[in-house]
Design a protein around this ligand. Structure first.
Ligand SMILES: Cc1cc2nc3c(=O)[nH]c(=O)nc-3n(C[C@H](O)[C@H](O)[C@H](O)COP(=O)(O)OP(=O)(O)OC[C@H]3O[C@@H](n4cnc5c(N)ncnc54)[C@H](O)[C@@H]3O)c2cc1C
Ligand code: FES
Length: 277
């Protein structure tokens, strides 16, 4: 039987511990027909289920350019994420989706792209980064600015290493003051100040920003000061969701359903929303 809320069955193929409380799962579709037909765009999310425990919402952290599997990265915070930590390679879980809108990749083509992320906020941004890098010649300069509280909180370390070694990517990795160990070679400072220091050119550029609300709050004015237009700064919201498809009314900000009108919004769009988040 299939319906709106029926999940696809997924096999856990790989488990990667990013930090002490953050884990990435690589999931493949158990039904080969779904594996072939499933497609999504960068910025979309899914409802992930552990049978007997419930569902929770995560972005799709892998790139749509890489077919046949998806990845999600999650932090253990409550009921479902705790059960997800118990899954082993070979176990089955579910996903519904993809849902929501996407980052404007078509508009970003031919432009500079600046990615700014904090903590596990790198998960949705990583999807767009790989999408852009897999189509590298369609974009101009690529700058990635990523920060975490401490070295131990940095996620996707192997990819940070990849990006560091690429001549066609400018990477700045920072930790909060006090979060660095004796061997740390990156930057030290909060993300907004590192953005200001890096001063990426804004004249023909788009920015994608994702992280804790406090980071976004202090990064947006820096981007505007550097000259980024509000309709060229994009972020993704994480309002609590249930259905993911505009039926339950859990995710609204005023008249806007974050699950179907978002989760991706420009700074210009956010400015017009009631200040409820
Ligand atoms: C579009 C979208 C994308 C997301 N992407 C990711 C992702 O890639 N990785 C990731 O780790 N998390 C992501 N989240 C947040 C994630 O959905 C919640 O952390 C998760 O649902 C918690 O499930 P749980 O059953 O373990 O926690 P619960 O037992 O339901 O809750 C545990 C605690 O966390 C709080 N909480 C739960 N959900 C949220 C929320 N959305 N915002 C604020 N507080 C919350 C609860 O109030 C409670 O205090 C995303 C959320 C949205 C809406
Ligand atoms: S999550 Fe149900 S309406 Fe948005």
């Amino acid at each position: 039987m299939t319906g709106l809320y029926t999940p696809y069955l997924m096999r856990v193929d790989e488990i990667i511990d990013e930090t002490v409380d953050t884990r990435t799962l690589k999931l493949s579709f158990k039904d080969p027909k779904v594996a072939q037909s499933f497609s999504f765009v960068a910025g979309q999310f899914a409802e992930y289920s552990v049978f007997g425990s419930g569902e929770c919402t995560f972005c799709i952290a892998s790139s749509p350019t890489r077919k046949g599997y998806i990845e999600c990265s999650f932090k253990k915070v409550g009921k479902v994420t705790s059960q997800m930590r118990e899954l082993n390679v070979g176990d089955t879980m579910g996903i519904r989706g993809p849902y929501g809108n996407s980052f404007p990749l078509d508009k970003m083509k031919g432009k500079d792209v600046v990615f700014i992320a904090g903590g596990i906020g790198l998960a949705p941004v990583r999807c767009v980064i790989w999408n852009v890098l897999d189509l590298r010649k369609d974009f101009r300069d690529v700058t990635i600015i990523y920060g975490a509280r401490s070295e131990a909180d940095l996620v996707y370390r192997r990819e940070l290493e990849d990006w560091k070694n690429r001549a066609d990517v400018k990477l700045h990795v920072t930790v909060d003051p006090g979060g660095q160990g004796p061997a740390w070679q990156g930057e030290v400072g909060f993300v907004p100040s590192i953005v200001e220091k890096a001063s990426p050119a804004a004249s023909d550029a788009f920015a994608v920003v994702c992280g804790p609300p406090i980071m976004i709050k202090f990064t947006l004015p820096v981007l505007e000061k550097l000259g980024f237009a509000k309709d060229r700064i994009y972020t993704t919201l994480e309002n609590r969701m249930k259905c993911g498809i505009g039926k339950c009314g859990r995710c609204n900000i005023g008249p806007v359903y974050v699950c179907k009108d978002g989760p991706v919004f420009s700074a210009a769009q956010l400015e017009k929303l009631p200040n409820e988040f």
